[in-house]
Design a protein around this ligand. Structure first.
Ligand code: ADP
Ligand code: MG
Ligand code: ZN
Length: 478
């Protein structure tokens, strides 16, 4: 490449809020459900129906804004964004353009290149659209309005990111803050957190922004990282060939690892925004802000400190465990059931992490119950099963949330420490290996290790190692 280029990235992140009901009606926000069962005249856009704002939406948006160092528009309004699409029954989306609830904030990220502030242009509240279901056999498209009217916040960053690493660090930071606040579960796979990536390139050192494209349909961090790389390279190639980048919305196809144009990008004026006449402005007084601040739950820094103090965990463990709200919850609930914080931490940090990696799953997908992990830890502690066996049992808990006691009984995995039974097995091994007995008597300690190993193998790992060691020594020194 003849010139050096700089990549410039800004994100629009949509987050579905954890309210029980929708933003402008009382319908349930629950994910799934039979099509069009969580609907009413308001969220299906019936003429004459009127929206009423859900107070909890404002509180969550405020909480996120305060935790990301934003200023608050204490007088804020809703606007109509007009466009026609079948998943949007009113033919407009209620959103905020002129006076978004939060503006001018920042979060700090850390990557290999150090710490950096990513600025937030604004956070606004809006409603989600329904979903089109394209039927492959009937040659028709159907629409499900269950998601229509589910509350969203859209967090718009400044174009401050320069690499896929920074994008991921920023998203992880946002997710952590929002999860800790309880404002959303931020599941990328289920779409409760969705990121649109705006990306342009420019010659290094240039101050002007290049023409950007926007990529949608990114539902995992890995897909986002690949999309950033792919789009960056596509744009650089265009410029190197003397061509222009066209401002457009592109769809990233993670299987093909390439993107294709979806539509040319609209400008704000194409949406003919205007203030929604059905909703009164929201006035957020100082007391309301103070109440939301006071209710802020324990955030990461406090948890990090408490884990070291209360559970005596090393900083390393505390950092990993508090790095995800879900993991921290799992940890705390398990410890509450069985004590043994370091044991719980070890299972989560070693075995759970290894299995997640093997199955290419995200932390949020850890779905076993704290009760089963606690039971497993108690079984190891009480010497009901040994550690080797326990690893296998953990895999069953990880995969299917199996009850470890049932599983162990079903598979006959309990530790055998019955001396009579073990003696029989050892005698047989000694008979088959007279050389080992002689070696031991001649002072070769290694021979004992060999017999112990053979015994454990014959017992398929279920023998109590302490008892086996004791018996082998006794029988060898007869
Ligand atoms: P629109 O109203 O068209 O969505 P915005 O000005 O709201 O555009 O910007 C949307 C996102 O795109 C923001 O996150 C912003 O930081 C980012 N962005 C804007 N211009 C560029 C650019 N030239 N390169 C990269 N990102 C950009
Ligand atoms: Mg925008
Ligand atoms: Zn409704």
């Amino acid at each position: 490449m003849s010139r050096q280029y700089e990549t410039v990235i800004g994100l629009e992140v949509h987050v579905e809020l954890a309210t029980k009901t929708k933003i402008f009606c009382g319908c349930s926000t629950e994910f799934g459900g039979a099509p069009n069962t969580h609907t009413c005249p308001v969220c299906t856009g019936m003429p004459g129906s009127l929206p009423v704002l859900n107070r909890q939406v404002v509180e969550y948006a405020l909480a996120v804004g305060l935790a990301t160092n934003c200023n608050i528009h204490q007088y804020c309004k809703f606007d109509r964004k007009n466009y026609f699409y079948p998943d949007n029954p009113q033919n407009y989306q209620i959103s905020q353009l002129y006076l978004p609830i939060c503006h001018d904030g920042w979060v700090e990220i850390e990557t290999e290149t150090g710490k950096k502030k990513i600025h937030i242009h604004e956070i606004h509240m809006e409603e989600d659209a329904g979903k089109l279901v394209h039927d492959e056999w009937e040659d028709c498209s159907l629409v499900d309005y269950n998601r229509s009217g589910v509350p969203l916040i859209e967090i718009v960053s400044e174009p401050d990111m320069r690499s896929a690493d920074e994008v991921i660090a920023y998203l992880e930071k946002l997710r952590l803050i929002i999860q800790y606040l309880g404002a959303s579960d931020c599941k990328l796979q289920e779409g409760s957190m969705r990121a649109d990536v705006n990306l342009s390139v420019r010659p290094a050192g240039s101050k002007e922004l290049g023409t950007r494209t926007e990529m949608k349909n990114l539902n995992s961090f890995k897909a986002i990282a690949r999309a950033v790389e792919g789009e960056k390279n596509r744009q650089i190639e265009l410029l190197e060939d003397g061509k222009r980048v066209i401002q457009e919305t592109r769809r990233w196809d993670d299987n093909k690892e390439s993107s294709h144009a979806m539509r040319s990008k609209e400008d704000a004026q194409d949406y003919r925004y205007f203030p929604d006449p059905d909703l009164v402005p929201v006035v957020i007084d100082d007391e309301w802000i103070a109440r939301v601040k006071a209710r802020q739950p324990e955030l990461r820094t406090e948890k990090l400190e408490r884990y070291q103090r209360e559970y005596q965990l090393p900083l390393y463990d505390a950092e990993i465990l508090t790095g995800s709200k879900h993991l921290a919850d799992l940890f705390e609930e398990t410890v509450a059931l069985c004590g043994k914080p370091k044991e719980v931490s070890n299972w989560l940090m070693t075995d759970a992490m290894r299995l997640l990696k093997e199955h290419e799953k995200e932390l949020e997908e850890l779905s076993f119950s704290p009760a089963n992990l606690a039971k497993l830890i108690r079984m190891v502690d009480g010497n009901v099963i040994n550690r080797t066996v326990a690893k296998g049992v953990f895999e069953a808990i990880f995969a299917e949330d199996r009850d470890p006691e049932q599983y162990v009984d079903e598979k006959g995995l309990r530790v055998v420490s019955d001396e009579g039974a073990l003696k029989e097995v050892i005698e047989e091994i000694l008979q088959k290996n007279p050389q080992s007995v002689e070696d031991y008597k001649a002072g070769k300690q290694k021979a004992m290790g060999f017999v112990v190993g053979q015994t454990m193998r014959a017992m398929k790992g279920k023998a109590d190692p302490a008892v086996v060691n004791k018996l082998v020594r006794e029988l060898l020194s007869r």
